[in-house]
Structure formats: C-alpha cells, structure tokens
Design a protein around this ligand. Structure first.
Ligand SMILES: [Fe+2]
Ligand SMILES: [Fe+2]
Length: 271
C-alpha cells in the first residue's frame, strides 16, 4: 500500500545536487540573517535518522515494509537537503551551527513521544520548511539560491503528502482518533510555526516577508493539513493521486516546481 511512495523516493534518490556557486550575490543586509536562518534549518534537516530505525520495530496496521523503506528514503532525502543548505550557508559566508534551542526542543519533543507523535512532529517540520523556504524563495531574485530552495520546497510538499497519507490511514473510521489528531496537530504545529517566526524574525524582517505575513501563511498551511487529513477522500494527498506528476517531479529541474511557487509575489530586493 506504500509502494508508490517508495518508488517516488527511489526514483529521485540519485538526483545530482543543484548547482550553488561558491559565493552568492545577496544584498549586504540580507547575508548574515539569511545565512543564520539556513544554518539553523540545516541542523533540522540532518537530524531525523532515528525515526527510520525505530519504525523498523513498530507494528501498526497502517504501515508495511514499503512504508519502512519509503521512510528511510525520506530521511535520506532530508539529508540531501542538509547538504544543499550547508553549501548555501558557506556560499553566503555563514557558519554552520552544531545545535540550536529550537532544534533541541524538536528533538526532545520527538524523544518523549511514541512513533505517531514523532511522525506528527515531522509533519509539522514539513509545514515549517515549506513556509520558510517558499517565502524566502519568493523574496529572492531568480538565480541558483532561489532555484535550489524551490527544489527543496517541492520535495517538502511531497514529504507533507506522505505524512498526511499516513495520518489519514491511521485515523480513518475513528471519531476519537480524529479528534485527538485535531487537538494535537493544532497544538504542535502552531507551536512549531510560532517558534520559527520568532527565531527567524530578523530574516523575515530584512527580506520584507514580514513576521505577520509569515504567521498568516503558516496558519493557512496548518489548517489546510488538518482539512486534508480529516477528509474521507483526499486523492491530492497521496502518491496514488498524482501519477502524472510523479514522473515529472522526478525529472524536475531546479526552479521547475510550479506547484510550490509561493503565494507571495516576487519582491524587489532591498539594497
Ligand atoms: Fe527537508
Ligand atoms: Fe521534509
């Protein structure tokens, strides 16, 4: 039942990394906060390996071996994102970080939890990533940084659908589980997105995205995930519902991710 997700992740596992030049041209005021933000996201992208090991031992009606393989490939894809973001940070003259307080919070939250809550935290991380990378890409001029961010955002949108597919199957037919998902999702996702807006307020301010618009965008995304997960029939949230897009996505060149173009118009770069 998870073979299409496994195939999707397998097909794009061998993509080359998007080209990032040794130095990236950005307005001087943007460089330090954007590099700091990307360095903080880079930590989160590389830290999800434990869940793939844990899921090997877990028996749930909604998963099978294909799911376990797909999750392992998903974790590897997040590691690829970490490598891309690391290159971006260096090209902006920034430094990678070892640990951040938001990442510590995410990791502690995940470790306290059972596997379902860990997956829900990962789902929240996808919303966080899609919102931030997408908005930052929307604020940038065309170029390799924007293209690479759009490619990552496209991947994150598939990750989000993958996790939503899991929760749809897990809560189907149970009013109690649907209510529990609603309560926990709204709490965890709101906290995660709120922390990101707070932690990255300088980047949001300097790029003109603005913390209020970012928070509104996150609110809309959190509610959209809730609606999609609770929907009894939601073909858009499954790999099954997008066979035509699948092949295209696997061949997708940086910048071709039309579905992930942020809602915000491209902004003029402030000098
Ligand atoms: Fe990622
Ligand atoms: Fe992701």
């Amino acid at each position: 039942m998870w073979s299409e997700w496994k195939r999707l992740f397998q097909e794009r596992a061998s993509r080359p990394l998007p080209p990032i030049p040794e130095t990236i041209d950005l307005p001087p005021r943007w460089r330090a906060p954007v590099a700091r933000s990307l360095a903080r996201f880079q930590i989160g992208e590389g830290g999800e390996g434990r869940i793939a090991n844990e899921i090997r031992r877990v028996q749930l009606a909604s998963i099978d071996d294909d799911y376990r393989d797909a999750l392992r490939l998903f974790v590897r894809e997040e590691g690829r994102h970490a490598r891309i973001l690391g290159t971006m940070v260096r090209a902006l003259g920034g430094e990678l970080c070892r640990e951040t307080w938001t990442e510590r919070l995410f990791v502690r939250g995940r470790r306290l939890a059972g596997v379902r809550l860990k997956l829900l935290v990962l789902l929240a991380a996808e919303v966080v990533g899609i919102g931030f990378y997408g908005q930052l890409a929307g604020a940038l001029d065309e170029g390799p940084l924007r293209d690479a961010l759009l490619q990552i955002t496209g991947d994150e949108e598939d990750h989000l659908r993958f996790h939503v597919d899991f929760f749809q199957r897990s809560i189907r037919g149970s009013r109690g589980r649907r209510a529990l998902f609603t309560a926990v999702w709204l709490g965890v996702a709101s906290l995660a997105c709120g922390l990101v807006v707070l932690d990255h307020r300088q980047t949001l301010a300097v790029t003109g995205i603005g913390p209020r618009d970012a928070a509104r965008d996150y609110r809309d995304r959190i509610l959209a995930v809730l609606r999609a997960t609770l929907a009894t029939e939601a073909p858009l949230t499954s790999a099954r519902g997008r066979p035509a897009a699948k092949a295209k996505d696997c061949d997708r060149e940086p910048g071709e991710a039309a579905q992930v173009i942020p809602r915000r118009r491209l902004r003029r770069r402030a000098a």
